[in-house]
Design a protein around this ligand. Structure first.
Ligand code: UDP
Ligand code: GLC
Length: 384
């Protein structure tokens, strides 16, 4: 039988964790279609994986719409959303399975698919709870999922539980852990520091896009109490969070950290930077749906200090493969970082455990196979 014709739908063309996962998923689907709301880095990346990209004529700038009131005047939102929905509906008829990779993509694909009635997968990369979404958004997402999704793929038990707690049908859910493949660089930490232009001495790093719920502000508060420690903040505001980025810089000045904390912006060499620090901090103040950076650090052999919110506890084996601290607690974070820095040799067993766990549970091939199995089952059912 010919492979199913799959259309992958994503609203943003910025590349954050959900898009990195999609890019690994589609490696197994050369020749499939990617329907994107806007142009941008994801478009080129999709083409480089051999996908045919269909770009919406109506989606440009929608990602940051809230922040740009003039767009509302230029073209009414409802009309543009209706335009995208019609485009998806038209394209859906030429495919066997529709695969929505983001929340906005799913909502529009669900509406679009009401007529085409193709099996619709929602790869849900979010925690549907009150810390991430308003009540109306949650109700809409869950109602559409329960009615129109053939399968809801989530990266963690935490995301699965949140979906069910929000009223989502548990029988739709399939947990497919995210896959992350990274090969460790052979250079020593000291050599990497030198080659990357990073300072010597105790150094911690954060490697997430800049967003309030990612919690970089808590790291700055913690560093203010650790005068010997330097920090690198890697990542940029990807989804209109420039105000938060500005407050982080102001906070750095106010706390007198300008000499010790460097903002490196978005970087393409996160695995190397991660391997060069003494501690990887994952400071999210709201539940993390998965957290690729946790697995990246585990593979890099770098101690992790993470907030116990969302999937982190499971990924870190309940604290056996990293240190868990309460979210939003700068004193607890500072204490944990100080302990890790004081006795690095005590962590050898923890680091080995972390690397083995990341390799065993969070490989890309297993993720690709699990997603392919979901798609194959649905395509077979649709043809039956
Ligand atoms: N990342 C990157 N460059 C940066 C900051 C982050 O390539 O400057 C990567 C990071 O290594 C990780 C991904 O972006 O693979 C973020 O995924 P994660 O699941 O941690 O969080 P998300 O941003 O998707 O919520
Ligand atoms: C989202 C989540 C992140 C997850 C990524 C891939 O961006 O915020 O936790 O790792 O998707 O599933």
């Amino acid at each position: 039988m010919a492979p199913p014709r799959v259309m992958f739908v994503n609203h943003t063309s910025a590349i954050a964790g959900a898009e990195l996962i999609l890019l690994d998923v589609v490696r197994a689907w050369r020749g499939a279609t990617a329907f994107l709301f806007e142009d941008g880095p994801l478009e080129a990346a999709m083409r480089s994986k051999g996908l045919d990209v269909v770009l919406s004529r109506f989606g440009r700038g929608l990602t940051n719409l809230k922040r740009d009131a003039s767009l509302w005047r230029a073209a009414p939102l409802a009309g543009r959303l209706a335009g995208i929905t019609a485009e998806i509906a038209g394209a859906a008829r030429r495919h066997d399975v529709i695969y929505a990779n983001s929340q906005k993509a799913f909502v529009l694909a669900a509406i679009a698919n009401a007529a085409a009635r193709r099996p619709l997968v929602w790869h849900l990369h979010d925690i549907i709870d009150g810390s991430h979404f308003g009540a109306g958004q949650r109700r809409l997402q869950v109602a559409l999922a329960n009615r129109f999704a053939a399968r809801v793929v989530v990266p963690s038990e935490a995301a699965a539980s949140a979906f069910a707690a929000a009223g989502g049908r548990a029988d739709l859910v399939e947990v497919v852990p995210n896959g992350v493949d990274i090969v460790r660089d052979p250079r020593s930490r000291e050599d990497l520091r030198r080659d990357l232009g990073l300072p010597a001495g105790p150094l911690v790093g954060v490697f997430s896009r800049l967003a309030q719920w990612k919690g970089q502000h808590v790291v700055l508060d913690a560093l203010a109490t650790l005068p010997e420690v330097r920090g690198i903040i890697v990542g940029d505001a990807l989804f209109g969070e420039q105000d938060y980025a500005a407050t982080l810089r102001a906070q750095t000045e106010k706390l007198g950290l300008a000499g010790r904390v460097q903002f490196l912006g978005h970087r393409a060499d996160v695995p190397l930077l991660m391997q060069a620090v003494d501690v990887m901090i994952h400071p999210s103040v709201a539940p993390e749906p998965f957290g690729r950076t946790l697995v990246e650090a585990m593979l890099a052999g770098v101690p992790v200090v993470a907030t116990d919110a969302g999937a982190a506890a499971d990924i870190l084996d309940g604290g056996a493969a990293g240190t868990l601290v309460p979210p939003g607690d700068a004193a607890a974070l500072a204490g944990a970082v100080a302990r890790v820095l004081a006795r690095p040799d005590d962590l050898a067993a923890q680091l080995d455990r972390a690397t083995a766990r990341a390799q065993d549970r969070y490989g890309v091939a297993a993720m690709q196979d699990a997603v392919a199995a979901v798609i194959a089952r649905l395509a077979a059912g649709a043809h039956a």
